[in-house]
Design a protein around this ligand. Structure first.
Ligand SMILES: Cc1cc2nc3c(=O)[nH]c(=O)nc-3n(C[C@H](O)[C@H](O)[C@H](O)COP(=O)(O)O)c2cc1C
Length: 212
């Protein structure tokens, strides 16, 4: 089967993309608006895009759940303040993370609603999710509007925190025991998630001596 995307509805395109481009990491995004209200939601259109500067991207769609096609709160507040934090999601936090994706009325704090503990960030005003083993403090680098209510937010990572228990040093090099983080990815369909428990190792070769 071949699909010409110009002949498909957005919902059909979405289905094809999210059921094939998997697994996707999940950014648990926290913002704080100028009235002091926190907001949290997961975003799996998320990845790291570079290290110099250190950039991450979020793909934020329009809010179909609200009448009149509004912006999602995360996008509205990121535009307003230029700041957000990201927490990576563990298996232990899976259910509570999904709870924060609830279509709550604008201005509702999903953190309070779902009972998510936070701690202060150092460089930005929004707090970070306390239970996460890896968190990032981000400032907007650029926002690319993709329609009236949707955008790709490119954030610069100002600082990150990672739990000491997964860090070690070997021959003077930093080692990160990533599997021990038990991070979750988004899989196909609406409610499927990936555990990173089944990996293979393939070492990269150097040109030309290891290729002959
Ligand atoms: C695991 C997961 C991943 C999600 N990823 C995205 C995403 O990448 N982009 C998006 O627009 N919505 C995504 N959503 C839906 C938003 O989290 C949801 O619309 C949320 O209510 C938005 O909240 P806000 O209005 O407070 O920003 C995702 C939901 C879940 C459960």
């Amino acid at each position: 089967m071949r699909y010409e995307f110009s002949e498909l509805s957005p919902a059909e395109r979405y289905k094809l993309l999210v059921n094939t481009i998997t697994p996707r990491p999940i950014a648990w995004v926290v913002t704080l608006d100028n009235a002091g209200r926190t907001n949290a939601a997961p975003y799996s259109f998320f990845n790291a895009m570079g290290a110099d500067p250190a950039l991450v991207v979020l793909g934020i769609a329009g809010d179909n759940a609200r009448a009149g096609e509004a912006q999602k709160d995360s996008l509205r507040v990121i535009r307003e303040t230029g700041e957000f934090t990201i927490a990576l999601v563990t298996e232990a936090d899976a259910e509570i993370m999904v709870m924060t994706a609830i279509n709550a009325p604008a201005g509702t704090s999903e953190l309070e609603f779902a009972g998510v503990e936070t701690r202060p960030a150092r460089h930005v005003k929004p707090p970070v999710i306390a239970s996460s083993p890896v968190t990032f403090e981000c400032k907007v680098w650029k926002i690319v509007d993709t329609s009236d209510n949707s955008a790709i937010v490119i954030g610069e990572v100002i600082a990150m925190d990672i739990v000491d228990s997964v860090l070690s040093e070997e021959d003077g090099k930093l080692r990160i025991d990533a599997p021990a983080l038990k991070l979750l990815g988004r899989a196909h369909g609406a409610g499927h998630y990936w555990r990173g428990t089944d990996q293979i190792v393939i070492d990269r070769k150097s040109w030309p001596e290891e290729t002959v």
